[in-house]
Design a protein. Structure first.
Length: 524
């Protein structure tokens, strides 16, 4: 096994990651992503292909003055010279020099079929293209890495040409020869075998670059490390061409915590989750909650049996202390919860349930019954907290007593649609009637209820609806359907979610609204 001092983590979010369908970074985005990647301590950041994409040319120009990297070296990517063209005369190679990065990563053909059919040249000319381009860039003071495209497929067809490409690159001064699974069709066993074979035949530092077409990019990369590569390429959140690349966060998480290779500085590891989510924002892709190590659900436990063991020791159901990678453990209380789930969730919410076995039992039963009717508490922590506190011996009384509410929707002749709601409530013995308008019945109800309560509970003045989600839970023949409403509320500082379920959508919304305002009064 290599030692960490030999090891390179090379991130290509800004080059291969930008080849993902739907991603289009501005230059400012690229600079921001590079800064974030530097914060997790990767050794190299491949910034793009200068000369091929005007945006990437501008990125490297601006990086010279605007990017101060603490850990990483910036890398420009490009191909070997064109067949039949002198390297000095190839404008793409010139653009690599003009990018003024300390490192250049060249893509070279290493599969005989690609040389003959895609480049339409000879194997000798392909080797000359590698030799000339590497030597030219090294002669201009660049560190050069060579991505051997389609290495594994090429190795199956003709192992000798790929090996010759590597030997030629090293002889010309390349520092790393990267074996690429370009079509992403490999499995870990094959990758391990080929890497071991190549290591026995070639002197020089080897790297790995895996696409994720078999869903094995991370596993393939780790198999390559086991077999002796000391340079690993990945992209943030696995973004990349087609099915993507090996996820840099999983690579780092596994290399450091499972393979004992401290490939990034220790103080960078707890930045993984934050950086993963920040890059997702810049890429305009919703973070994957179920992403290993950094996903919001990566350490979330739903099953009651898991919680009962976690109560004894969190290690029993976590492969890692989530704090190591900047993540948190969460307990979800649902129909799958047991007593331990409720007790741990109580702790998370600051409610000590020690000595309250009866409360815990009632909460478990109530959640199971409500969830069987369509309620869902895992996304509605605020409603769960209210349900839990309502079972405690010193539970506070409800904010108000409802006499009635009424909503209406009017469609006027001029096309306007107007909603109005009236609520009649009793607060501390006082009868209050309040009317509200809104762009829909729920908005009008929210306005009417808040207006009724705000003089007694002034903190409600800052509360508003942030999001409203409706899910129909299944038609009941001709009689309609059960509706589940989730409401996100905010007071400008924090957000909380509440749930309501009923056959009538307005009544389901009413339950979620009442919880939202009650939670605001009790907790904000
Ligand atoms: C496996 C990978 O992901 S590698 C990264 C791939 N990334 C990209 O392709 C994104 C950026 N690409 C581009 O902007 C354009 O494709 C450019 C500017 C590079 C080239 O554009 P064009 O000159 O119009 O050529 P086009 O894309 O049609 O074809 C590529 C050319 O490069 C040649 N080529 C391909 N690989 C190599 C290589 N490793 N070394 C030298 N030449 C190569 C091809 O033979 C072809 O040559 P031809 O024009 O003489 O037929
Ligand atoms: C270089 C590269 O991106 C590949 O071979 O997949």
């Amino acid at each position: 096994m290599p030692t960490s001092t030999d090891f390179h983590v090379f991130d290509t979010t800004l080059r291969d990651g930008a080849q993902r369908e739907g991603v289009s970074y501005s230059v400012a985005d690229k600079l921001a992503v590079a800064r974030l990647l530097d914060e997790i301590g990767v050794g190299f950041i491949e910034g793009g292909w200068p000369g091929a994409l005007p945006k990437d040319t501008e990125f490297f120009a601006r990086a010279r003055t605007e990017l101060k990297l603490r850990h990483a070296q910036l890398v420009a990517f490009g191909s070997t010279r064109k067949a039949g063209v002198r390297v000095e005369d190839d404008p793409q190679v010139r653009a690599l020099l003009d990018a003024e990065t300390p490192v250049v990563c060249l893509v070279a053909k290493s599969d005989v079929r690609h040389v003959r059919e895609a480049l339409r040249t000879t194997l000798e000319e392909n080797l000359a293209m590698v030799r000339d381009t590497v030597a030219f860039l090294v002669g201009h003071g660049r560190r050069v890495f060579v991505d051997c495209e389609h290495f594994f497929d090429g190795y199956a067809a003709d192992p000798d040409h790929g090996v010759e490409v590597l030997r030629t690159a090293f002889a010309a001064g390349a520092e790393v020869g990267v074996l690429c699974d370009t079509n992403g069709g490999m499995l870990p066993m094959g990758v391990g075998r080929v890497v071991a074979d190549v290591r026995a035949r070639v002197e020089g530092k080897l790297g790995i670059h895996c696409q994720d077409d078999t869903g094995c990019a991370v596993a393939n990369s780790l198999a390559a490390v086991e077999a002796g590569v000391t340079h690993v390429q990945g992209t943030a959140n696995g973004y990349g061409e087609r099915a993507g690349n090996a996820d840099t966060f999983s690579l780092i998480g596994n290399l450091v915590t499972k393979m004992d290779l401290p490939v990034v500085p220790a103080e960078c590891l707890p930045e993984l989750q934050r950086v993963s989510h920040a890059i997702a924002e810049l890429a305009n892709i919703a973070p994957d909650d179920h992403q290993p190590f950094v996903g919001a659900s990566a350490f979330a436990h739903k099953a009651g049996l898991h919680a009962s063991a976690i109560k004894v020791s969190p290690e029993l159901y976590n492969h890692l202390d989530p704090a190591v990678v900047g993540n948190d453990m969460r307990i979800l209380v649902t129909e799958m919860a047991g007593r331990a789930s409720v007790e741990l969730k109580g702790r998370e919410l600051g409610v000590d349930l020690d000595g309250h076995a009866d409360v815990i039992g009632r909460v478990v039963d109530r959640v199971k019954v409500l969830e069987a009717d369509g309620w869902s508490f895992e996304a509605a922590d605020a409603s769960f907290e209210l349900l839990l506190r309502a079972e405690l011996p010193d539970a506070p009384p409800p904010l108000f007593e409802l006499e009635s509410y009424r909503t209406s929707v009017e469609h006027w002749g001029n096309g306007d649609v107007v909603s109005e709601a009236t609520v009649k409530v009793h607060v501390d013995g006082e009868r209050i009637i309040s009317t509200g308008e809104g762009n829909g019945p729920v908005n009008a109800l929210d306005n009417a209820l808040r207006q009724a309560l705000v003089s007694r509970y002034p903190q409600l003045a800052d509360v508003s609806l942030a999001d409203y989600k409706v899910r129909i839970l299944g038609w009941k023949g001709g009689s309609g359907a059960t509706t589940r409403v989730l409401i996100d509320s905010t007071d400008g500082v924090g957000e909380w979610t509440t749930v309501g379920v009923h056959d009538n959508i307005v009544e389901a919304s009413w339950h979620a609204l009442v919880d939202a305002l009650t939670y605001a009064v009790r907790n904000r």
